[in-house]
Each structure stands twice: as C-alpha cells, then as structure tokens.
Write a protein that binds this ligand. Sequence first.
Ligand code: F6P
Length: 567
Amino acid sequence: MKVHELPQFTALQSAADSFKSDEKLHLRQLCSDSSRCAGLVASHESGDAKIILDYSRQQVTGETMETLFDLADKVGFTAKRDKMRAGAKINSTEGRSVLHHALRMPKGYDYSCNPEGKAILAEVHEVRDKIEEFTNKVRSGEFLGATGKQLKNFVCIGIGGSQLGPEFVNEALKADAKAAKAAEGRNLRFLANVDPVDFELCTRDLDPEETLIVVISKTFTTAETMLNARTAKKWIIDGLAAKGVTDAGTITSKHVIAVSTAIDKCVDFGIDEANIFGFWNWVGGRFSVCSAVGVVPLSLQYSYDVMSSFLDGAHNIDEHFFNAPLRENIPVILGLLGVWNSTFLGYETRALLPYSQALKRLPAHIQQVDMESNGKRVDIEGNPLPFQAGEINFGEPGTNGQHSFYQLMHQGRVVPADFIGFMESQAPVSLDGEPVSNHDELMSNFFAQPDALALGKTLNEVAQEGVPEELRSHKVFLGNRPSSSMLMTRLDAFAIGQLLAIYEHRTAVQGFIWGVNSFDQWGVELGKVLAKQVRAQLSSSRKSGAHVQGFNSSTSALLEAYLAHGK
Ligand code: F6P
C-alpha cells in the first residue's frame, strides 16, 4: 500500500485539521501540560557526551506521535532502513547500494557486506590507512612540494557534496582547541564556484610552492570542478616555473592530489596514482563527507587523529539509528516531525538554527543533503506523488538569524525550526562585571526563542502592558510556531560527526516514509545539458562570429546582448 492510502495517513490529515482550528491544541495550551512535555523528549548518551532532543514545542500530542510511529511501521520503515544497512540496492534508479554508514565503521567491526563482490569494510580501511599515511607525511614534512618547501596551504576544488560537507566540518573544527592546535600554521580553503572571482579570492595570497591542490569529484567530470582544476594546475605550474621548476609532470605529482571514484580520469589528469584516494558508487555525493572526500582534506588540516574522532561520532549515531527503538530514535523522531509538519500541517519550509558560530555552514550542507535527496515529484516506482515531498531548508547561526529573518518566523509565515545548542562553549569568555558569561548570553537566546515562537503574546497581554491601542495589533505574536530544541554537551570532532549522521539519517527517514528514492538526483541533469549547448554556442560565436541559433527567442536575445557587449 502507498503511504497516502493508509488509514494512518487519513487519521493524520484529520488530526492536522484539528491542530489548525482547535484552540485547545495551541502550543500555549499544549506546553502548559508538563506530563505531555516530559513525554516528548528523547536523549542519547555516549560517555559524558549527551544529546537531549526536546520536541514538546512541536504541534503534536502523544497520540499524534503514536500515529506517526504507526505510519512508519505500516510503510515498512524498519525493513527499508535495515535493507539500507545491509547494502541492498535501494537507490534503484542507479542500481546502487547506499552505504555511507559503512565509511565510519571501526576496524574489526562485525559487518559482512559485499555489494560489488568485495568486502567493503576492508576496502574502507585500506583507503583510510592510505589517507592516514599520506596526510601524516604531508603534515610532518616528509612529503614536500617540488621546490622542497613544506605544503601548508590546502586548496580543495569540488562542488556540491564534494565541498559542502567538508566545508561545514572545517568551520566547525576551527575553534575546537585540539583541532585548532593541530591546524596551526596550516590553511584549508574551498573553491567551488566556476566564477573566476572565486579562484582569484581563494588563491591570490597563496604561495604555489607551499600549496597542495586537492581535486575532489566523485565523477571527475563535473564541469565547474574540472575547469577550476585545470585553472589551478596552470596556476601551480606557472608559479613554480617562476622558481625554476619546469617539469609539469613533477609539479603535478607533488602539488595536485585527487579524491574520486574515477581513478583512471585522475591519472589522465596527470595525478600520481599514489596520491589518488578512492571511494565508491555506494557513497552518494552529498553523503560523502565521511569518505576520502572529507577525510583527506580535513586530515591534512587537523590530523587523521581528529578525523577518526569525527568518524567515531558519526558511527555512534549510526548505531543509535539502526538499533534504538523508534520512539527513542533521534533521527527517526526528527524525520517523522518533518513529514508531519510538511505533508500534514502544510509548512513548506524549515529552518536549521545552530546557536554556535562554528556551525555556520551546517545549514548549507544539510540544505543539499535534504533538498537534493527529497526534492522529488515521483515515488520510487515512478508514480507521481499526490503530495509534496521535500522541504525548503535554510538557516543561519543564532543569534545572527534573529536580526535577519526571525521577524517573519515570529509574525509572518510559520517556519518549523530546529534549534541546536551546547552546554559548553568552544571558546569560553567571561567578563568582569557582566551578569553572565558570553556563552550563557548566547544560550539565553537559544532557550528564549522557541518559547517566543510557541507561546507568542496575546492582544490581552499587549493591552495589559499599556501599549497604546493603535500599536497593539502590531505587537501581537500569535505563537503556535513549532520547533525542536537539541541540546548537546560540547561541539568537538565527535559531536560534529554525531550531528552530521543525525541529519543525514533524518533525510533518509523522510524519504522512506514518503516512498521516494532519496539517493538519486536526476533533477540536476537538465540544466547541465542546456549549459553544454550554451557553452558550444558561446565558443563558436566568440571564435567565428556564428549567429545564435537553436534557443527560444528570449534566451537568444539575452545571448545576443551578452555576445555584443564590448564588440
Ligand atoms: O549537483 C549534482 C551533483 O552530482 C551532486 O550530487 C554532487 O555532490 C555534485 O554534483 C558534485 O559531483 P562530483 O563529485 O561528481 O563532482
């Protein structure tokens, strides 16, 4: 049975109608029931690292949650999740397994899965060992640049899943004491946009002699990445020629490395096979940060030791996701709430609001993980969906977002939000004379905002404050805006891995419930094909003055104007 044909689906639709019309189901009322609130909390502990997920400010009752768990049961959620774990080819449109969780299994872990006839855990650790050895050599100065200088600038060239995940982790580690110490004197940058301005800004203060280019591309065909890689190779070769090294092969082998599934293409590019780090088709691009995609550049910058801890954190949540009962399972609860908010309550967007500056790139990464995965119009069998799947994800760290888009969240549209906060700061500061530490000040906002959204302020309360009549309606907050609060102990490499896995699995949960294939991305293809046609036109018009043809009238007119400029 399809999800929308299940009685639980219909029951949730009528429950959603009640939530829209019944004042007794306003969050102001629901949040005053302490036994309800106590029942809407899940937690997870690993050593002294805690995660508390409080979802009592979601528009749900215990009964709603039970119906959602029941819906999950009836769509065969557990079987789907377990098939994923076991390596079944659940990405059916590409005939691939989905095994990013295998990337973070420790050595010796009991896992036998051979999707392509090879024991994948052995392969994973073969590559991890190679990364450890290579990155240690670069960090210690055993592997040097072509002029004998130490390589301390790492420029990663990649886009989408080959950039966003590693960039998020890089930002998150920058202020972690252990990682920051390991990164001293080193410089990790990401170059994604084919806009030449990005290249210029990324490289203009770097010395090619001390720079290692890391080309990251699963396919090694992505147009933006390949042009940036060719530009970077030329930049390195020209830079070193000025220092008297003229052999392009030597320069490339010392200054350009690659991460890819397409080893032969990397070799054709001139990269020494010893410096190519592979991964596999069973790792989706947006789920690849735990493969060499993230582990190579981040180990260069922060050490393999720090990255091992990140992988352990992700594995810790994998174990929780695959084994914990659904009612205690953090990614499952978050995924079901996403389905409830979007499919039943009709909220199309959601915000990810980390109260941590270090997580400034988490929303961008999860935006890709989630929107490229679940932004689908058909189910896994190709039938049009009778509801919208996927959600519009955006976010910013608090408190910055409060001074930007929170106005709309408080008094405009309803945007369900995930607040993420920490008990400890990465960089604690306390000033004499201040009532609280700087971290407590940040966290005051983390605790206050969900209540402001949920409870709001009534006209009566506004009037009692003595607000003049003509201003009262402007100062009313309707409240009833749902959010979840996730409180974690501290943001270190382990916790960053945990957060990553929580949000990766949340996306998979939603896809399993909606019945879509969360692991393909055909929607990115058409634009790439059309860009190829435009590229060919620009090339022939620039070279031989060929007239623009083969496009619709508006695109032709724009192209003519573009080509005519500067003539
Ligand atoms: O945007 C489409 C996409 O295929 C993403 O899924 C992927 O993360 C990105 O392009 C980069 O692809 P590649 O790693 O093959 O260069």
